[in-house]
Ligand binder design. Structure first.
Ligand code: ADA
Length: 566
């Protein structure tokens, strides 16, 4: 799969990125006409990864598009991996159905037990239309681009292959040594029973070696014995230290990057490696008007430079799992990350929050996010959902389910959700820190009403016995149209936005209870027509930069506050 470093030196991999043929299927008749059985005509090609909405004349197209790629391969078992397909993918290989995947921001894969040497045709039906059970629902504050938006790879599997390896550890009191074990998912790609030895290395030194036997085509999760690691060098915010984690069988290998750090929530504080940590954060959509969600890696690096220049040390990946190369960059830079799934609440009625299919789709998204992203040291927060009706029993029920599920999979990180119901929320017991989205001074009230809001919030948290949890202001902001300034500082001007951000950052910094901020938002983003007249230009204009990364006045305000510049 696509990472910043190479994951394999033994396993052979082939990128299926590049030119694919496409067929638009406006009438949605491709399945009945069995498009997957025929080779497409040459008339239309597109580069993968990409979004079709950024092609000329296709901006508003929501529906089905068929993609096809011919490739040549040697024989044997394969793993076909998709970085993300927006939103529903159905996949055929040489006319045979491989399977489907729902969820536009999650990785998925298929194991193909045997492929003969020669030419093959991969066909993918991509559908980005919404249905009653969609996550997100049709009313959502971002543009719902469609397409194969992240890379596609084909990997050769031979005998015992290592599909995944999670490093699970516990640092000791002095944070210099750790008890660790590895949870590995293995697959025997061979038709016979195979025995082998899996060796796991941390920075080239052997950590553990495990004999394994797997029957033909068996998939098995193994957990190694506990080992003690001494002289552990910590991953810290701003001072990241990464280890390479390499697992090898005699026919396969897998490399990942890991880091050791301890995340705690204690006495109203967030602690990283025992030190108090108040994230200076920003909400960021992984979107660009010219590329949609198929965000180029070179630009990711540029965004990270801007984020650092602004003085931020944390990013909330609002509102979905981000591409792995982006999270790799954060691991390497020492910027922390909040990763969440795209349950964007305003679109979900109370009934939808208890709809079994929707709840299960969300569970699957959490499962996939934790499976693929578990090792990233930059991820310190798992986000359960955003702005749902957490003031109602239905919101309570889904929060409880997701909190318990995610905690059960990973108890080493903070689990939370972003609430827009500060004064009426009944679900705060299902978060380790209290995260509040509020737009005082924009959708309601004046900038100076923020003081009252914060005192109401802390009083309420005391009343409902949630006062021991740190508060994070996870969204606040105002829209401004880039280049529009005035003498009066009216709504929509850069100066009004800058004034609000300055006021909030100073107020939150003075509060004893607020332990971090995530400004809404990094840059302007294209949004859905359903968002209506409140979204000038069809954009959410609350960016500190415009969509082409040109700074607004508020950018420099953030810089001053976050960098403590007088
Ligand atoms: C919400 C939501 C964001 C954005 C914001 C806004 O808090 O979580 O995605 O829509 O409101 O700009 O109103």
């Amino acid at each position: 799969m696509k990472r910043l470093f190479s994951e394999h030196s033994i396993r052979k991999t082939m990128s299926l990125d590049g030119a694919w043929k496409i067929r638009f299927d406006r009438e949605n008749e491709g399945k009945t006409q069995r498009f997957y059985e025929k080779e497409f005509a040459d008339e239309a090609t597109v580069i993968v990864p990409s979004c079709w909405n950024t092609q000329f004349g296709m901006l508003e197209y929501t529906g089905t598009v068929w993609y096809q790629k011919k490739f040549y391969t040697d024989s044997g078992a394969k793993r076909l991996h998709f970085g993300a397909v927006m939103t529903y993918a159905e996949v055929w290989l040489d006319g045979n159905y491989l399977g489907s995947h729902y969820g536009g921001f999650c990785e998925f894969e298929f194991i193909i037990d045997s492929l003969c040497e020669g030419e093959h045709i991969l066909t993918v039906r991509v559908d980005n239309s919404f249905d009653e059970k969609s996550i997100p629902q049709p009313t959502v504050d971002w543009y719902h681009y469609g397409g194969i938006t992240r890379s596609v790879t084909l990997e050769n599997l031979c005998n015992i292959t290592i599909l995944n390896n999670h490093l699970v550890y516990d640092l000791n009191e002095s944070l210099t040594s750790a008890d660790a074990h590895f949870v590995m998912e293995l697959y025997n790609a061979c038709e016979n029973c195979v025995s082998d030895n899996i060796c796991v290395y941390l920075n080239d030194s052997l950590a553990v070696s495990v004999p394994v036997t797997l029957s033909a085509r068996e998939r098995k999760t193994i957990c190694t014995e506990n080992i003690s690691l001494s002289d552990v060098k910590l991953w810290n915010v701003g001072k990241p230290n990464l280890y390479s984690l390499t697992s090898k069988s005699s026919t396969d290998d897998l490399t990942d990057k890991v880091g050791f750090r301890k995340i705690e929530v204690k006495d109203g504080e967030i602690l990283i490696n025992g030190n108090k940590y108040s994230p200076k954060g920003i909400n960021r959509h992984n979107e660009h008007p010219d590329f949609g969600f198929a965000f180029p890696e070179a630009l990711m690096g540029y965004d990270i430079d801007i984020i650092k220049d602004m003085g931020c040390d944390s990013v909330r990946g609002s509102h979905y799992p981000n591409p792995r190369p982006f999270v790799d960059m954060l691991d390497e830079t020492g910027i922390t990350f909040w990763s969440e799934i795209p349950i964007w609440g305003c679109g979900f009625s109370a009934e939808k929050l208890v709809d079994e299919d929707i709840v299960n789709r969300g569970l699957q998204m959490h499962r996939e996010m934790l499976y693929y992203y578990y090792n990233h040291p930059s991820i310190i927060i798992w986000g359960l959902h955003n702005e749902i009706r957490s003031d109602l029993p239905e919101g309570y029920s889904i929060s409880e389910k997701y909190y318990k599920y995610v905690k059960g999979l990973d108890n080493s990180r903070i689990v939370t959700y972003a609430s827009a119901r500060a004064l009426t929320d009944i679900s705060f017991e299902f978060c380790d820190i209290i995260c509040i989205n509020n737009y005082t001074g924009w959708y309601n009230g004046k900038i100076s009403d923020w003081d009252k809001f914060i005192s109401n919030l802390t009083e309420r948290l005391d009343e409902i016995k949630q006062s021991e949890k740190p508060i994070i202001m996870s969204e606040f902001g105002a829209a401004s149209v880039y280049g529009h300034t005035d003498f009066e500082g009216r709504l929509w001007s850069e100066n009004y936005q800058a004034e609000l951000i300055d006021y909030c950052l100073k107020l939150f910094d003075k509060s004893e209870r607020i332990k971090g901020t995530y400004i809404w938002q990094f840059c302007d983003i294209r949004t859905a027509a359903e968002m209506g007249l409140n979204r000038a230009r069809g954009y959410n204009n609350k960016g500190m930069l415009n969509e082409y990364r040109k700074p607004k006045l508020s950018y420099f305000v953030v810089q001053k506050n976050y960098k403590g510049i007088k």
